[in-house]
Structures are given as C-alpha cells and as structure tokens.
Write a protein that binds this ligand. Structure first.
Ligand code: GLU
Length: 303
C-alpha cells in the first residue's frame, strides 16, 4: 500500500515545480544540489518503503535536537524541564528577544536556545559528552557509521554568531553551567550529524513505537515520555510554522534547515523526507508538501 502512494507523491512533487531556497547562513549547506529529493517510510513492523535518493546522507541540523533531548530526558526524567519549557515559541528558531524577556529560560528543547541548554545538561551528566552522545545516536539509529560532517561543523562554528549570542545570553542569566564554547562545540557537532532518509525514518520509529527500539524492543523512553516528546514535536517542531504543519499534515515531527523533516504516526509508521529548498520560515517546501500529500492520500492523521 505505501510504495505506490510514495511513488505517486514523488510524481506529484516533480509536477508541481515548487520553489524554495537553500539555507545559506551556514555556507556549507548552500552547496547541496537543490534538486535532491527523497522520502522513506518505515511501518510499525519495520518494513521500509522509499522513493528518490533514500540512501544519500544529508545534514540533519535541528532534527538532531530530538535525539539530544531524548538522551537528556532519559538521563534526567522530568527534572530536564528545569532547563527547558514545553511551549511553542512562535518566534524564529534563533530568536534572541523572547529569551531576553524570559530571563534566559528557553521555551522548548527544539529551538536553538533549548538545544543549547540540553547540550549543557548533557555535558554536566555524561563522562564523555561528545562520545556518549554520538554513541547514543548510533545506538538508536542502529548504525555504527553515523557521525557528523566536519565541513558542516566547521562552517557552523565559523559563522555561528547568533548561537554564540544565545549561549552567552543564557550564561549571563546563569542558565548555562559549563563553558559556553564547550556547549557550542557540542551543539555544532550535533547539528552537523548526517543520515539518509532511510536511516532517519527507521530511527524515528522509536517515537511511533512507545519509545521502544525496533526490533529489540529495548525501552529508550517510557511510553509516557514518548507521548510527551511527541506532543513537544507537534507543537514546537517546525519553528514558527508548527501550527501550519499541524493544520496541513497533522503529525508530530521535526524539521531542519538541511531540508529534512522526520515525522511519525504513533503505532503506524515513521517517515523522513529531504529536499534542501526551504520556505522563508526555514522548512522544506517539498518536504511539507510531500507529507501533506501522504496524510491526505492515506486518509490518516492523528486528528
Ligand atoms: N545548526 C542550525 C543553527 O543553529 C540549526 C538550525 C535548524 O535546523 O533549525 O542555526
């Protein structure tokens, strides 16, 4: 059932001639060929269906914030919410204004300020933060090859003025407990993780499967934690376009400025789509359209 629908979506996307623009504030991302498109769906029994460049790796960017938060939530349980909130920001992902007004407390873990606070938590909790975070990502992706792209990492590090500003602002409010540079370094590496849509949708199956890893059933998050994280993705996963994404697609998910989107339907499937052309809010134009077509053609959404 899924494969013909994905093929149909692929044909529709090609026909629609949708326009967008690659992220260029991270220079390395602007070099990705704009025509790339891939979609992969992993159903709840672990079966994969895909169309396009499903095995080509791309920069996860903000999608990786979900994995850092998963690890922090696992380590700290509900005390993680002493460091980040659960409210949508309604602001761009790298906005400073709200953070200043709210005394350096990030609205949620999926905006840049929130992910920086989570990197700070991980540095405080883990004996070898970088190694342990990447080992965790490899574990839930069940792929030993997963790593960050050094060119993207250096590109981000060289141009991350706004993230430096966010981290320093939080530090000034006493919200960052470790060295700002160490927090930024882990954050830039996290954002530079690469995966294919194939691996990404398999990894997101965890969130469709009550926090259990497929096929071992190892519980990574509890069922209740998974429900809560899915709620955060639903309300905060698409910058200041989370309402529009809920309205058009009706699934929890997370986007990144690399042009990826990962989403899931609890107990049914996880899906990942990639096209580097972004809309002005920073979300993949073809990615959103493809997922809108998917839930429309399937006739299922969580609503
Ligand atoms: N690394 C990007 C940044 O910090 C992530 C942005 C995103 O994907 O939303 O600006």
């Amino acid at each position: 059932m899924f494969q013909p629908i994905l093929q149909n979506i692929y044909d529709d996307i090609n026909r629609l001639n949708l326009q967008g623009k690659q992220a260029d504030y991270i220079p390395e991302l602007a070099k990705v060929p704009s025509h790339k498109f891939a979609i992969n769906l992993t159903d709840i029994s672990g079966q994969n269906y895909g169309v396009g460049a499903v095995d080509e790796k791309f920069s996860l960017q903000s999608i990786a914030k979900v994995f850092a938060f998963t690890l922090a939530y696992r380590l700290k349980a509900d005390t993680v919410f002493e460091h980040v909130g659960v409210e949508p920001s309604g602001d761009p992902f790298n906005s400073l204004i709200q953070l200043e007004q709210e005394n350096g407390f990030p609205r949620n873990p999926l905006i840049n300020a929130g992910a920086l606070a989570i990197c700070d938590v991980l540095i405080g909790e883990l004996p070898n933060p970088e190694q342990d975070l990447f080992d965790f990502i490899r574990k839930i992706a069940q792929d030993e090859q997963i790593t960050y792209n050094p060119k993207v990492y250096h590109s981000e590090k060289a141009t991350g003025y706004r993230n430096r500003a966010l981290a320093n602002l939080m530090k000034s409010f006493g919200r960052i407990h470790n060295e700002v540079e160490a927090v930024l370094d882990l954050y830039f590496k996290l954002c530079s993780v690469e995966m294919s849509v194939h691996t990404l949708s398999q990894t997101f199956l965890l969130y469709a499967n009550h926090g259990r890893l497929f096929p071992t059933d190892e519980q990574i998050l509890t069922s209740s934690q998974t429900k809560r994280l899915n709620a955060i993705m639903q309300t905060c996963g698409f910058y200041d376009e989370a309402g529009e994404f809920s309205f058009r697609v009706g699934l929890p998910g997370k986007s990144g400025v690399g042009g990826g989107i990962a989403a899931l339907h609890p107990e049914k499937y996880a899906v990942a789509v990639w096209s580097p052309l972004l809309n002005p809010k920073g979300n993949s134009v073809k990615g959103i359209k493809a997922l809108e077509l998917l839930t429309t053609k399937l006739g299922w959404s969580i609503f």
